[in-house]
Ligand binder design. Structure first.
Ligand code: NAD
Ligand code: TYD
Length: 356
């Protein structure tokens, strides 16, 4: 039976990959994509679905009560999947307010409007077969030392303004489940990489700088560890959680792929150097710069539950995923040029110029 989805933040990195994944995987669906088009949202990311009537783009804010109410009147959504967020830790350190606005208040608005549409006050029951999915992050769990993995029961202990806002959103989602019995799932993934990622994040920033022979900024000693997950694998997991995840459950989604930042940077340098036959792309470009405030040392996810319960596992090993990613950025340099002109230049100066 045809399913209708409200996908928020579908013009951003993971959201746009999700739109592509879903349209390829399912023929009989309708995806209504609500995105504010902040600096991180980009209609160029959706060029490949232009003309596909199964995708409808709506520009708007998840904080806008009337707009979302109208969307629920217009469409009988089966699923709401909330990707929309301010997503960059460094920006949250510089300016936390917008993170509270979008990530916390926007999520609560979305929950409220969804409840209005799906909950019958008279019969005190929810419409059947509906679900709200919150796309969260491993960062809500805080940081790990050398040992251990985050599981679904690890207590929330966020450190950055970004992760605090995401943890707060998670708590509201669970509060709606616990208080009103709202059908929800939360997914918590590790660091994604792949096509369409905005070059404020480590991997595309290093690719972009390296192709221009610009310095490659490594925060602190570069020995921080992230668990890298190829974005298409993440999209597959979200699809599986949406259709088969048990209501009220949290699912961790990780890549089984822990790497130190400096390893990531050196891998990209090696790949670009060899592929472009460019001697100017070398480790001499690496510059260790002042560390991020409150920098979390290590994140790592235990994805055993989603494997056991839904049969998902990360299919793309890092060696393959990084090649696919670099291929994409080399083939889409025009995209990179577009997103790094204008406002991005000011952002870059502000974040990196005075970093010792
Ligand atoms: P992104 O920054 O690339 O995209 C966010 C999208 O949300 C953009 O298209 C933006 O325009 C839109 N948006 C922002 N504020 C909005 C608002 N108020 N109303 C409507 N749309 C708005 O982020 P991403 O990397 O694609 O992340 C998507 C989700 O996944 C986020 O919730 C993020 O917290 C989570 N997440 C991301 C990662 C990662 O590695 N990228 C890891 C863990 C979790
Ligand atoms: P990032 O991609 O911002 O994701 P997150 O902070 O959500 O993990 O950063 C990944 C890691 O790379 C993180 O430890 C910070 C580090 N980093 C750098 O060393 N230099 C950079 O210029 C950036 C953007 C990140």
């Amino acid at each position: 039976m045809k399913k209708t989805y409200l996908v928020t933040g579908g013009a951003g990195f993971i959201g746009s990959n999700f739109i592509y994944y879903m349209l390829k995987k399912h023929s009989d669906i309708l995806l209504v994509n609500l995105d504010k088009l902040t600096y991180a949202g980009n209609l160029e990311n959706l060029k490949g679905v232009e003309g596909d009537t199964r995708h409808i783009f709506v520009q708007g804010d998840i904080c806008d009560c009337t707009l979302i109410r109208n969307l629920f009147e217009q469409y009988d959504f089966d699923y709401v999947i909330n990707f929309a967020a301010e997503s960059h830790v460094d920006r949250s350190i510089a300016c936390p307010e917008i993170f509270v606005q979008t990530n916390v208040l926007g999520t609560v608005n979305l929950l409220q409007r969804t409840k209005e549409a799906w909950y019958n006050q008279e019969t005190k029951s929810w419409k059947a077969d509906k679900k709200y999915i919150q796309i969260s992050t491993d960062e809500v769990c805080g940081a790990l030392g050398k040992e251990g993995l985050f599981t679904e029961t690890t207590p929330l202990s966020p450190h950055s303004p970004y992760s605090s806002s995401k943890a707060s959103a998670d708590m509201f989602v669970m509060a709606f489940h616990d208080t009103y019995n709202m059908p929800v799932n939360i997914t918590r993934c590790s660091n994604n990489y792949g096509p369409y990622q905005f070059p404020e994040k480590l991997i595309p920033l290093i690719i972009n700088n390296a192709r221009h022979h610009s310095q490659l900024p490594v925060y602190g000693d570069g020995m921080q560890v992230r668990d890298w997950l190829y974005v298409e694998d993440h999209c597959k997991a979200i699809d599986m959680v949406t259709s088969s995840g048990k209501v009220g459950e949290v699912y961790n989604i990780g890549g089984h792929n822990e790497r130190e930042n400096i390893f990531i940077v050196k891998t990209i340098i090696g790949q670009l150097h060899d592929r472009l036959q460019d001697a100017g792309i070398s480790e001499d470009l690496i510059k260790h710069v002042e560390d991020r405030l409150g920098h979390d040392r290590r994140y790592a996810i235990d994805p055993e539950k989603i494997k056991r319960d839904l049969g998902w596992y990360p299919e793309t090993c890092f060696e393959k995923g990084i090649v696919l990613t670099i291929d994409w950025y080399l083939e889409n340099q025009e995209w990179l040029d577009h997103v790094t002109c204008g406002e991005y230049q000011q952002y870059y100066k502000k974040m990196y110029k005075n970093r010792r």
